[in-house]
Design a protein around this ligand. Structure first.
Ligand code: 0WD
Length: 258
């Protein structure tokens, strides 16, 4: 059955107990994986303390800062993995950022700086983290990222993040093609709308959730733990034949025409 015993899993993107990455970390841990966690460092050390306290029950054997805009921090995070574990089996890329200017107003008015920043943090970071993980996935591995329907269909107030997700989804396919011969699988979960720190930046998130609750076949939205369960499956040997895929965990909303 779903058993991740002995698997070394690095989880990025935990900001607080609402984070989707927290739902994923809990389910990977429940399935037996050794957990490593990165956090977004801030001057006052707030995130280090908050995330550190949150993940403590998972007994993480690696807990390191990693701002994906900082190549040196990515390098030292993976050096810590090489020293501590010597091998990585699972990489969870569960982070994104877009400035409010890129989410609201006319799409044609998106400032270049906001565009570049969002693509760097939300899309290119999958490439840079995968590059760092590749040599440590000596026995193959599973790389998983999080995307949203706004990367395929126009969703009001998603704008720039839609571009970032479209690029992320295509990056999943190109990385899967490159890494398949090394038995490294790359997939994405397209999650339904969930109230989190990041999604609260997307105007109308509550309306989106209420709309999904009315229209989605399951007549509800999904939880962080449900996304975590699918993540555990995709990172396990049960999914050994799945790569380059975008798996919808959205209560079925994606199939609906209106
Ligand atoms: O409805 C939702 N919440 C959905 C989220 C639906 C479908 C997909 N997603 C995706 C998001 O786009 C993202 O890729 O899931 C992923 C996780 O998002 P989340 O759980 O909704 O949001 P959150 O808990 O805020 O985690 C995002 C975290 C950041 O938290 P902040 O404080 O910025 O909101 O990404 C991290 C940070 O901890 N992050 C960074 N980590 C490293 N380097 C960086 C960075 N530069 N920027 C943000």
């Amino acid at each position: 059955m779903l058993d991740l015993t002995g698997k070394n899993a690095l989880v990025t993107g935990i900001a607080n107990n609402r984070s989707i990455a927290w739902g994923i970390a809990q389910q990977l841990h429940k399935a037996g994986a050794n957990i490593g966690v990165t956090y977004l460092p801030d001057d006052k050390g707030r995130f280090e303390k908050k995330v550190g306290e949150l993940v403590d029950p998972l007994n993480p054997s690696i807990f390191v800062p990693c701002d994906v805009q900082n190549e040196a921090q990515i390098t030292s995070a993976f050096e810590a993995i090489a020293q501590k574990w010597g091998r990585l089996d699972i990489l969870i890329h569960c982070l994104a950022f877009a400035d409010k200017e890129g989410l609201t107003g006319d799409f044609s008015a998106i400032p270049k700086a906001a565009f570049t920043q969002a693509l760097e943090i939300s899309t290119y970071s999958l490439v840079s983290l995968t590059r760092a993980a590749k040599p440590l996935m000596s026995q193959g591995g599973s790389i998983l990222t999080l995307t949203y329907l706004g990367g395929v269909k126009v969703i009001p107030n998603y704008n720039l993040m839609g571009i970032a997700k479209a690029g992320l989804e295509m990056s999943v396919r190109y990385l899967a093609s490159e890494l398949g011969p090394l038995n490294i699988r790359v997939n994405a979960i397209s999650a339904g709308p969930i109230r989190t720190l990041a999604s609260s930046a997307v105007g109308g998130i509550l309306d989106m959730i209420h709309h999904v609750e009315k229209v989605a076949p399951l007549r509800r939205t999904v939880t962080q733990v449900e996304v975590g369960n699918t993540a555990a499956f995709l990172c396990s040997d049960l999914a050994s034949g799945i790569t380059g895929q975008i798996i919808y965990v959205d209560a079925g909303y994606e199939i609906m025409g209106m």
